[in-house]
Ligand binder design. Structure first.
Ligand code: MTE
Ligand code: CO
Length: 418
């Protein structure tokens, strides 16, 4: 028989230890807690053997961690988008199975044995590469974010979607392995009047984009691995174009052809899509680089504060299409006061960065905001600053500061402060 005297729930709380002047853990005391006093199922039976999961997958308790779509947003799942669950992630790498998806004509199912990449147009020698051919060029490994130009697009006119998964989840950050596009273009020999490239996808949308030759020759990758393994079908298996720092629609998936030309092409969707409308009705045809942006992932509407007060960890991500993020500021009072967040993890060019801000919550309502500074000195604007320049007719390139209101119960909501 267990002789330990029964301890009341109150006694337990009173016995909590003080860490840094605040309560974060219960004092070691097994009494009354069956999670300690009783042997659990997993401790008394043998577990699954080594080959039970030849290709591993997450714990069944993590089943809620998944990509989600917004039903009313698009009419058809083959031309739609789902969102990365940013509030469930930490560090800077997005796991492959959680990378948001944006397809214009569904997921192409490409047989790698029949995969071909053609380079034609203004080149000395038009070429066709098989996957094996690509593997014989020197490779590079680089971590980059991909953000859809429409990320946060639904928020232009006001706070709308309740969760950072939906307001900011059209982004992923992955380590790519691939061949610098420059090597392939140099092998084909770009003619002196070759000023633009047009990558084309093998999916039914046959998506094409115009990219200036300077960018193509600079840091674009023809990628076939993500986070060490083959690209996922959703992300363009077997080959996609990586266009570091530039809007997601240029990162052509299932890439089958690159044409070199002397001017930008006119793409089917261009006048209605991926063009930024300004207040005066004028449009900006090309916006390539993604401006610096950040969002607090926890707490957030899908991730409430679960304790009543005391030590609280706030965290989020920040990125810039123009470099690194040396600094993020955090406000818990709607932008009146700012404190510098703590950056943790690698600070890589055109990659996500992770920040933390630990504070002692007094249990009263909060207005949480984060503000990214990038390595060019650019500072993330407020939404009103952005609207003053861009008006409210835009859908694309919304990098305004996000606000979460947290009530005294720890529940968070998407709001705007003026
Ligand atoms: N490439 C092809 N071939 N077909 C597509 O529909 N969608 C583009 C781009 N490349 C698309 C494509 C858009 S708009 C974005 S935002 C990114 O791919 C999304 O990449 P992801 O699905 O890996 O998140
Ligand atoms: Co997109």
């Amino acid at each position: 028989m267990n002789e330990t005297p029964k301890t009341s729930r109150r006694g337990f709380l009173a016995g909590a230890i003080a860490a840094g002047g605040a309560t974060v853990a219960a004092k070691a005391n097994a009494a009354g807690d069956p999670a300690i006093t009783e042997l659990q199922d997993w401790s008394v039976a043998l577990g699954e053997g080594v080959d039970a999961r030849p290709y591993g997958y997450p714990s069944e308790y993590e089943a809620h961690v998944k990509r989600r779509s917004v039903e009313w947003l698009t009419a058809d799942p083959v031309s739609s988008v789902n969102f990365t669950p940013l509030h469930e992630l930490d560090g800077i790498i997005t796991p492959n199975g959680l990378c948001f998806e944006r397809h214009h004509a569904g997921i192409a199912d490409v047989d790698p044995a029949k995969y071909r990449l053609m380079i034609n147009g203004l080149v000395d020698t038009p070429l066709v590469f098989t996957l094996q051919d690509l593997m014989r060029f020197p490779r590079e490994n680089r971590v980059h974010f991909l953000e859809c130009a429409a990320n946060s697009g639904m928020e232009w006119r006001g706070a709308q979607l309740n969760g950072c998964q939906f307001t900011h989840g059209m982004i992923h950050n992955v380590m790519y392995t691939g061949v610098p596009l420059r090597y392939l273009l140099e092998t084909a020999g770009v003619k002196t009047n070759g000023k633009w490239i047009m990558p084309e996808g093998a999916d039914a949308s046959a998506m094409t984009r115009s990219i200036p030759i300077e960018k193509a020759m600079d840091d674009c990758l023809v990628a076939f691995k993500m986070n060490g393994e083959a690209l996922r079908p959703e992300q363009g298996y077997p080959v996609r174009l990586v266009v570091p720092g530039w809007e997601g629609n240029m990162w052509v998936k299932w890439m089958r052809r690159i044409e070199v030309g002397d001017q930008p092409w006119h793409h089917r969707e261009e006048t209605s899509k991926y063009t930024d409308l300004f207040k005066d009705g004028k449009a900006r045809r090309f916006t390539w680089e993604m401006d610096a942006k950040s969002v607090i992932t926890n707490p957030s509407p899908q991730s409430p504060i679960l304790h009543k007060s005391g030590p609280t960890v706030l965290t989020g991500v920040a990125w810039s299409g123009r470099g690194t993020i040396p600094r993020v500021d955090v406000s818990i009072d709607g932008g009146k006061n700012w404190a510098e967040a703590r950056m943790s993890g690698p600070s890589l060019d055109k990659s996500m960065h992770r920040f933390y801000y630990e504070f002692d919550w007094d249990g009263s309502p909060l207005l949480l905001q984060s503000r990214a500074h990038d390595s060019t000195g650019y500072v993330q604007p407020t939404k009103s600053e952005l609207r003053a320049i861009r008006g409210e007719n835009s859908i694309y390139h919304n990098n305004g500061i996000q606000t979460w209101y947290v009530n005294e119960k720890g529940i968070a909501e998407n709001v705007e402060v003026s």
